[in-house]
Write a protein that binds this ligand. Structure first.
Ligand SMILES: [Zn+2]
Length: 154
């Protein structure tokens, strides 16, 4: 694919090299690509752009010289560490999302607490009002009893 080297990996292929390569045997301009295989990781090459649609002419040419064994080991070590960092980064993202949802939960719980407080306040007022009514009722009954007693004595 002629466009496979553009995008996020372009810094790998374009550093110090023209991304346009020679024409392959199909007569199509080849573009610099980067190998991600175990033995040639990061090594750049030109190849027929039709290899993915199985009409390739078989044109292939390395752009970079082969890497020494020590370089390969160092690169593998760095890749492994990068993978660990990627996993850590994913975990951090997950924890951030968890934290955001917990914040939202705390927010809604605070609102709920506030409305429960108000409800409690209203209920207390209602109880107070009820108490006043009971006292008034008891007072009225007392007065009525006195009146009946007085009327009975007359
Ligand atoms: Zn070709």
């Amino acid at each position: 694919m002629s466009t496979s080297n553009s995008g996020s990996n372009s810094w790998v292929t374009n550093s110090g090299a023209n991304s346009r390569g020679p024409q392959c045997l199909c007569g199509v301009t080849t573009y610099l690509k980067t190998s991600y295989t175990e033995h040639n990781f990061g090594r750049r090459f030109y190849s027929c752009s039709k290899y993915k649609i199985k009409r390739e002419c078989g044109f292939f040419a390395w752009f970079d010289p082969p890497m020494c064994e020590h370089g390969k080991r160092v690169l593998k070590h760095m890749r492994d560490r990068q993978e660990c960092l990627n996993v850590d980064q994913k975990n951090v993202e997950i924890l951030k999302e968890d934290m955001e949802s917990l914040k939202e939960e705390i927010g809604s719980l605070k609102k709920e607490k506030q409305s429960l407080k108000e409800e409690n306040k209203n209920l207390k007022k209602e109880i107070e009002n009820y108490g006043t009514v009971v006292i008034k009722y008891k007072l009225a009954m007392f007065v009525l009893c006195i009146m009946l007693i007085v009327m009975g004595l007359c």
